[in-house]
Design a binder for this molecule. Sequence first.
Ligand SMILES: O=C(O)C1CCN(c2ccc(-c3cc(CO)ccc3Cl)cn2)CC1
Length: 307
Amino acid sequence: GFTKIQAAAHAVPERIMTNDDLSLIMETSDEWIRSRTGIRQRHIVSENETTSDLATEVAKKLLEKSGFTAESVDFIIIATMTAESVMPSSAAKVQSNIGAINAFAYDLTAACSGFVFALSQADKLIGSGAYHRGIVIGAESMSKVLDWSDRSTAVLFGDGAGGVLLDDSGESPLVLSEKLQTDGSRAEKLTCSPMSQDFLKMDGRAIFDFAVRDVPKNIVEVVGDNEVDYFLLHQANERILDKMAKKLGQPREKFLQNLQNYGNTSAASIPLLLSEMMENGTVYQGQSLLITGFGGGLTWGSMLLHI
Ligand SMILES: O=C(O)C1CCN(c2ccc(-c3cc(CO)ccc3Cl)cn2)CC1
């Protein structure tokens, strides 16, 4: 059968940092952050909490919600740019933590497009008939890779994880169309290399322009003349969502948003939004959703899903 989303789940660290909390440790203000980004607060991992811990929490919730056993899972893909170790991968740790003894597991890095790239791959693993059930998670502890002395980026990001459990029980295609893109020639505009002590750096103007110029073209191509119930875009900035809605000639309320509560959680932002919106009944089976990631690489990509 076709790929089907059997469950969605999310997990965020307990600790909350408000904009006012940030204004105590750096030259910023709640007014500036809210007016320029829409963000009001973000969740921050504790000292010994890792990306794998967040991903493990999501995986356990997915098994609980779906009722499937860990032994029945064939693969685990974690989209992350903040794995606490390269080897072993976060996915391998999650595999062990949940006892998914029959699953192969790997991490995928595509920055804020990671979840979309991973979901596309998972859809093909299942669509090929080679595998039947899998877990795809976006998980980040961005607070561990930020330059906390750079107020232009430190206020934008947050920690969290979200994911989906997929299997091959679908009666009709999940993915109606998709387009994944990369432009490595603009790689220097958004970088992060913790290994060489280089924390997150961003040319905000260049990335903002990239989001407003290149991403809408990708969305138009993927949507075609299909109806879309909701657009679940990477939760980077509220003003970008405003501009996207205008550029695409779609009602702003179709562009779901929770960045006010979590900040930009990179690869976790789309699955975190999807999980919350399914939990509160905004999103439900039978709807057409457009998911779009965009960020470092530069990478960007959309998938039109009939869930
Ligand atoms: O208004 C201002 O002065 C500033 C102008 C710059 N801003 C930006 C710029 C870029 C991003 C961003 C980041 C990523 C990385 O995940 C991906 C996608 C985007 Cl569009 C977020 N905020 C903040 C407000």
